[in-house]
Design a protein around this ligand. Structure first.
Ligand code: OAD
Ligand code: ZN
Length: 245
């Protein structure tokens, strides 16, 4: 069965990489992007150019961010996050490379040195002009004081944005370098809960396979990379990973 095949692959794993997408956090109450009811089925993404070019778009981006905070700010790691943290602690998984911005891998105990956030982090903000970090609580207080308008940087008046990567924005160089290194060095690459359609992130499963790793895909629905994988499991992530020790 698929579960026994997975147990076999994980049993032999010495330097694995888990590559995660929004599907690992849905059981924590956070919707993914492309499933029915997903974020991009409700709101069109605000791309980087729109964010930069219009104050109204920045207001809207921050309105959405604080609506997310109200709805999911208290989310806790789920069974998938906890299983990956166990594999890290056991020395079998070298790293978690995530597209998620929800901070739940950190919360489950994955150390920073073994975590790569390809699309940044939404739990703080930075000034796009001078790079100064702004805490979410500061942005919230200013946003409220301005009657629901996006605040500007307190040092240089530049635009302040969550520390996430929007469409049209450059990928973080250090995160990409680290992700490539971990992918190059891994023996098993586990793609978990991602539709694998957003590049360059979605290129990593192929890169792993080319470097000789075994490729495992765990996702509720089929992906473009299923045919390439050594093992594909179409099931609920929490159900599957809960058994992994
Ligand atoms: P998607 O929403 O594209 O894909 C999530 C996948 O997880 C879907 O294929 C779901 O079927 C599956 N899924 C959801 N819950 C599951 C569960 N409990 N068990 C098994 N499978 C489940 O999300 P991502 O692939 O993460 O980027 O999206 C990639 C990027 O697109 C995001 O990082 C974000 C977005 O635009 C940026 O904003 C730059
Ligand atoms: Zn600034």
């Amino acid at each position: 069965s698929a579960r026994r095949a997975l147990a076999g692959l994980l049993g032999d794993m010495r330097a694995g990489v888990a590559f995660t997408g929004a599907g690992i956090s849905t059981e924590c109450g956070i919707p993914d992007f492309r499933s029915p009811g997903g974020l991009w089925t409700r709101n069109r993404p605000i791309d980087f150019e729109a964010f930069l070019s219009s104050r109204e778009m920045r207001d809207e981006a921050w309105r959405r961010r604080f609506a997310m905070e109200a709805a999911f700010g208290g989310a806790q790691p789920g069974r998938g996050h906890r299983a990956l943290a166990r594999l890290i602690a056991g020395g079998r998984l070298a790293a978690v490379v995530t597209q998620n911005i929800d901070g739940l891998h950190q919360a489950s105990g994955v150390p920073e040195e073994q975590l790569v956030e390809l699309h940044g982090n939404s739990t703080y903000a930075t000034c796009l002009a001078c790079g100064l970090r702004h805490e979410l609580s500061w942005v919230r207080a200013r946003f409220d004081a301005l009657g629901g308008r996006a605040p500007d940087c307190r040092a240089c008046d530049g635009p302040v944005k969550t520390a996430t990567i929007s469409f049209g924005q450059a990928m973080p160089v250090e995160a990409m370098t680290r992700a490539r290194q971990f992918t190059h060095d891994c023996d098993v690459f586990l793609a978990i809960g991602s539709s694998l359609v957003v590049y360059p992130a979605a290129g990593f499963p192929l890169e792993a396979k080319r470097n000789g790793a075994r490729l495992v895909i765990i996702n509720r629905e089929a992906t473009e990379f299923d045919a390439l994988a050594d093992l594909v499991i179409h099931a609920d992530i929490g159900d599957i990973l809960d058994e992994v020790q």
